[in-house]
Design a protein around this ligand. Structure first.
Ligand SMILES: Cc1cc2nc3c(=O)[nH]c(=O)nc-3n(C[C@H](O)[C@H](O)[C@H](O)COP(=O)(O)O)c2cc1C
Length: 234
C-alpha cells in the first residue's frame, strides 16, 4: 500500500514556517493537472490566515494555518462532491509525500471569506503547511474526534467471498479520512465486482465516498467510476 495512506493523519497544528517557492510551484502544478483531469476548479491560496482566524468558526482547533487549497468546481457537475473527495484525496496523498501536513475541513472555517465565482460551488478547504512531530494537543484532539476505526466486515458486504486484493484495499479505506470520522461509505463485493456507495444524509457523505474510493483505487491499482454505487475498474 502507498506509504502516504499509512502516514496521513489530519494535522491541525502547523509550524510558523510558510511554504517555500519551490513547494508552492509543485503544489500549483499538481492542482493544474488535477483540474485538467477532473474538470474541477481547485485553487491554491498562499495566505488564507483570515479564513481560520475567527475562533468562533474554527473553535481554536487549528494553529498557524497560512496556505489553503480551496476545493471547488462547477455546480452543474452531478458528481461534484464525489470528485472533490476523489481528486482532493490524491492531492492530500501527494502533499503527504512532500512531508507536508493537511486536514480536510468542511465545517470549522469562515466560508464567507472565500469568494466563489458564479456557477461554482465550494465545499471544503484543505490547509497545507509544515508540521513537526504530532503534538500532545493534536493527539488529544484526534482521540476526541476519532471514534474507533470500523472493521472491514462493517465496511464491506460479501467480505467472506472477497479475494485478498479486495480485503487488502479495504485496509486503505479504513485509513481514509472522513468527516467527524463517520466512515459512512460502504463497499460491496459481488460476482467478482467491487462497488461503493453511501447513504447521502449529510453534506459531506458524498465527499467521503470520493475519498474512500480513491484510497481503495490507490491500494488496488485501478480507478473508480464516479456516481453513488459506482464500480472499481482495473
Ligand atoms: C469531508 C471532511 C470534512 C472534514 N471537516 C473537518 C472540520 O470541519 N474540522 C476538523 O477539524 N476536521 C475535519 N475533518 C477531519 C476529520 O475529523 C478526520 O479526517 C477524522 O476524524 C479522521 O481522522 P484522521 O484524518 O486523522 O485519520 C474533515 C474530514 C473530511 C473527510
Amino acid at each position: 500500500m502507498r506509504q502516504a495512506i499509512r502516514d496521513r493523519i489530519s494535522r491541525r497544528t502547523f509550524t510558523e514556517e510558510v511554504l517555500q517557492e519551490k513547494e508552492i510551484k509543485q503544489i500549483k502544478e499538481k492542482i493544474l493537472q488535477l483540474n485538467q483531469e477532473s474538470g474541477l476548479t481547485v485553487e491554491f491560496r498562499f495566505d488564507g490566515r483570515e479564513v481560520f482566524a475567527a475562533r468562533s468558526k474554527s473553535y481554536g482547533l487549528f494553529k498557524n494555518v497560512c496556505s489553503l487549497v480551496i476545493m471547488k468546481g462547477p455546480a452543474s457537475d452531478p458528481a461534484l462532491k464525489e470528485k472533490i473527495g476523489y481528486y482532493g484525496e490524491e492531492l492530500v496523498l501527494d502533499l503527504t509525500d512532500m512531508g507536508l501536513g493537511t486536514c480536510w475541513v468542511a465545517g470549522t472555517f469562515d466560508r464567507k471569506l472565500i469568494e466563489v465565482p458564479g456557477g461554482e460551488e465550494m465545499y471544503c478547504v484543505i490547509p497545507v503547511g509544515h508540521i513537526e512531530k504530532v503534538t500532545l494537543r493534536e493527539k488529544m484532539l484526534r482521540s476526541a474526534v476519532s471514534k474507533k476505526r470500523k472493521s472491514v466486515a462493517e465496511r464491506l458486504t460479501g467480505a467472506a467471498d472477497a479475494p485478498r486484493w479486495v480485503t487488502d484495499a479495504m485496509e486503505a479505506v479504513q485509513l481514509a479520512p472522513s468527516a467527524v470520522n463517520s466512515q459512512h461509505p460502504i463497499f460491496h463485493f459481488k460476482e467478482g465486482k467491487v462497488t461503493a456507495d453511501v447513504v447521502d444524509n449529510s453534506p459531506t457523505d458524498l465527499i467521503d465516498l470520493g475519498i474512500a474510493k480513491r484510497n481503495f483505487a490507490e491500494a488496488a491499482g485501478g480507478q473508480f467510476e464516479m456516481g453513488n454505487g459506482g464500480a472499481f475498474c482495473e
